[in-house]
Design a protein around this ligand. Sequence first.
Ligand SMILES: Nc1ncnc2c1ncn2[C@@H]1O[C@H](COP(=O)(O)OP(=O)(O)O)[C@@H](O)[C@H]1O
Ligand SMILES: [Mg+2]
Length: 249
Amino acid sequence: MSEPLLSVREIHTYYGDSYVLQGVSLDVPAGTIVAILGRNGMGKTTLIRSVAGLTPPRRGDVVFKGRSLRGRPPYAIAQAGMAIVPQGRRIFRSLSVRENLLLPTSRLARASRTAADGRRTHWDLGRVLEEFPQLAERIDHPGGALSGGEQQMLAVGRALMANPDLVLMDEPSEGLAPLLVRQVEQIMKSVREHGHAILLVEQNFALAMSVADHVHVVSSGRFVFQGPPDALSREVDILDYHLGVSGSR
Ligand SMILES: Nc1ncnc2c1ncn2[C@@H]1O[C@H](COP(=O)(O)OP(=O)(O)O)[C@@H](O)[C@H]1O
Ligand SMILES: [Mg+2]
């Protein structure tokens, strides 16, 4: 009976004539972390954009909570319970931490989702600041004055404010020092513990392997591996050729 929260079915996505995703399928069950690994330019961000309706697939389907998202604009998809933590964080540098968290788009999404599932945390400003005390300390600072790690927390906090079922995270560890990568890892595990699912795109192999329940490796717009992390760790050729990590873990 348990239909996955998100089901991506054989999607083909283009930018003009450029054919990027060439028949990609994946499932994200509720409350799990599914990671997409792959080198630069292989189509990871395009997958996120396809799911979120920013670059809709030309063929195939994305089904979220049992409903096709075909033809639905990004704001409607967000309202259905999906939030993005975009590559490069995209926080508003001149707005304060508080203003970033209370952006109208978050409010819009939140307003339509008041009847949250009982076991899940209902996120509001107070709960987000409890979860990220470092943000509470800097609540009136401009977003641009935060460190890279704090900006990442802000981007995650902003996504949680919409009380999404699914969070799409595009390279949350990019540009962060190792200590902060550990912090991002903890944040993702905590988001999962709170009952949200995550579709994670990463180039950081160790991070993805440590948090994910299921892993896909993308190469030139197709999946060349899918399975649990421990199965991937035994695929020496895939690790070496598609991910540039060699040896076993
Ligand atoms: N807006 C765009 N217009 C045209 N081509 C794009 C655009 N965005 C990405 N691409 C191309 O699509 C391919 C996949 O890009 P992307 O999904 O961003 O890769 P990744 O996130 O894995 O680094 C690359 O060849 C990239 O050059
Ligand atoms: Mg990318």
